[in-house]
Design a protein around this ligand. Sequence first.
Ligand SMILES: Cc1cc2nc3c(=O)[nH]c(=O)nc-3n(C[C@H](O)[C@H](O)[C@H](O)COP(=O)(O)OP(=O)(O)OC[C@H]3O[C@@H](n4cnc5c(N)ncnc54)[C@H](O)[C@@H]3O)c2cc1C
Length: 314
Amino acid sequence: MKSLVIIEHKNGVLHRMSREAISGAQKIGGDITALVIGENAESVSSELSNFQIEKTFIVNHELVPSYNVDGYKEIIKQVVDSISPNIIITGHTYQARDFMPRVSAALDIPFIPDIVELENNFYIKQVLNSKLNASISSSSERALISFQSASYSEEDIIKGSSRSESFDVDLDSSSIKSKSDDPFQESASEVDLESAELIVSVGRGIEKEENKSIAFELAEVLGAEVSASRPVVDAGWLPSSRQVGSSGSTVSPKLYLSLGVSGAIQHVVGMKGSKNILAINKDSEAPIFEIADYAVVGDLLEIVPKLITALQDS
Ligand SMILES: Cc1cc2nc3c(=O)[nH]c(=O)nc-3n(C[C@H](O)[C@H](O)[C@H](O)COP(=O)(O)OP(=O)(O)OC[C@H]3O[C@@H](n4cnc5c(N)ncnc54)[C@H](O)[C@@H]3O)c2cc1C
């Protein structure tokens, strides 16, 4: 098995989902080549050199100094033609959603997006609002795939050492017809849940809008972001940029502290990649406890103020 992982970066800073894509490629096994494109490719490749992959190709061409869909399509096509990987992998980012369909058309290789796993040649994809997993098989020997956020953990990356080399591409300005605006923003607001290391999440168990202040106090003491379940957003208590779940953000913090969240599948799908889940819920049968690492059965309105005081005193 030979895979090519297309790396995404912002001014030389590696995107979390590209690390997850490397982690996923390592799970699949075989030879892994990473491809970094753009002006800051060298600084990204030095981070990649610490991972157990075969090599990193660097493409730093004057016509594609930063993201450009035509440039990416042309470069990826030339790299794929040269090394013939079985699978071409990216994180399922906004950028990947832009260039992967074009690469797919240019190479005539199917694109199977937003998958959570590759298992015995089946591509596993969540369907029906994440209630079911579908196993997709392809008659093509090659595939382009994108991994859903948090399907694999960057912490599982196998470290090692790898080389990088420059890959020469043949581009001319007539093939670069589009011009990209500023880099894509994963979130239009100041809240960056997807990169947050600590999250305090508020569910309907918070009972009324005034009570959300205790979640913000707890978040402040911990240095965490505040997220919410959908009913809290629908009620207008918090903005939609803070929603976690199938119709919100997908997060993978080191600690997800959930307050009065029942653990419906549409919520869980957005936070199950969290490294540690601590749930407070007054119902001992709440589904959130099935995935929680730490379960606290009780009234959050009593427990959280005490927790804040204890943390402040410590
Ligand atoms: C198409 C579709 C898309 C959806 N997308 C999303 C999504 O992106 N994100 C999302 O979150 N949901 C989504 N939902 C909604 C989802 O199905 C659930 O309804 C929602 O997640 C439930 O939110 P909740 O856990 O906050 O509320 P509830 O299910 O009402 O749970 C509240 C919990 O709080 C506990 N509780 C109550 N009072 C206290 C207290 N004082 N102390 C401690 N615990 C207490 C209760 O025991 C209960 O478990 C979607 C639904 C659909 C149909």
